[in-house]
Design a protein around this ligand. Structure first.
Ligand code: MN
Ligand code: MN
Length: 296
């Protein structure tokens, strides 16, 4: 297949960074230091950053990224998901780990990890995405937890994190079959049985993406050129851009880009009932008789 080597290289880097950070997430550590550590490690290992490192705490299921000067600090009793993306020449690996600082919720993390492992065993050319979703739901419910129904795994392609097709975490969706050489991230999320198991849009996440070109002048013009060249169609953090364009001028240019809709922001995704969320995620290449897990 095309670019298999790049996908494998991105996966190896992502796995190394994930395993390194797993041991570093502890009470007292700042979220922004986790984000920057993951981003720096990725570069040191020769990878590009496919999207800003997410540090999603408790009921935040996805999309929390530290802004400039973030004081958020990890605390005992929290459920912390670190979700990171690496690319090599645009070919992406997406993986996540949950660090559970609440001993009472360890089994919930295990349920997500187990559902992921069982889902991966089902992946091969011709497998139905809906069957995989049903198995994920069944596995999680069997262990006494619930999946989040409106978050899914997703197909990826070059410089594109969400390339249309998805792999659901529940039964009843998606009739398509997986095809050889497709790349998917599979990511079950678990919540306690008394949570609703859905996410809603929360406050801004500090994750953005390029949206459209417009005639701009001055700093906003330089900023949008920088964004397009540096990140293309990949999501980026406001923190990165404001490092390059420091001071009030940068802040004002950034809000100009937002209000003129040259860039758009993603919301944080919060569990609707405020329940703690666990996640496990790997990236796979679909093969004839199975799959290759790039991030294991
Ligand atoms: Mn992810
Ligand atoms: Mn993903």
């Amino acid at each position: 297949m095309e670019a298999q080597e790049e996908y494998i290289k991105a996966g190896k880097i992502a796995a190394k960074v994930r395993e390194q950070i797993r041991g570093e997430v502890k009470p007292g550590v700042k979220a922004i230091d986790i984000c920057e550590r993951v981003e720096n490690l990725t570069r040191q290992l020769g990878g590009g950053i496919a999207f800003p490192c997410n540090v999603d705490i408790n009921q935040v299921a996805a999309h929390y990224v530290s802004p400039v000067g973030d004081q958020t600090t990890i605390q005992q009793g929290q459920m912390v998901k670190v979700d990171l993306g690496v690319h090599v020449d645009g070919y992406i690996a997406d993986t996540a780990v949950t660090i559970c600082l609440d001993p009472a919720l360890t089994q919930m993390v295990k349920a997500a990890e187990e559902a992921l492992a069982i889902a991966i065993k089902m992946v091969k050319a011709g497998a139905r995405a809906s069957d995989i979703g049903a198995t994920i739901e069944h596995t999680i419910k069997n262990r006494g937890f619930r999946p989040i129904r409106n978050l899914t795994g997703h197909k990826m392609s070059r410089y594109i994190v969400h390339a249309g097709r998805s792999i659901p975490n529940v039964a009843g969706y998606e009739l398509h079959r997986l095809e050889e050489d497709e790349i998917y991230a599979i990511e079950p999320f678990t919540v306690l049985n008394n949570a609703v198991g859905e996410v809603r849009d929360g406050p801004p996440s500090n994750i953005y993406r390029w949206e459209r070109k417009k005639n701009l002048e001055g700093v906003p013009k330089q900023m949008i050129a920088f964004i397009q060249q540096e990140y293309r169609t990949l999501p980026f953090a406001s923190r990165w851009v404001l490092k390059r364009f420091p001071g009030p001028e940068g802040v004002s240019a950034f809000s100009d880009l937002l209000s003129s809709r040259c860039i758009m922001g993603y919301p944080q995704l919060l569990e609707k009932t405020g329940g703690s969320v666990a996640q496990a995620e790997h990236t796979v290449i679909v093969q004839k008789d199975g799959c290759l897990v790039t991030t294991s």
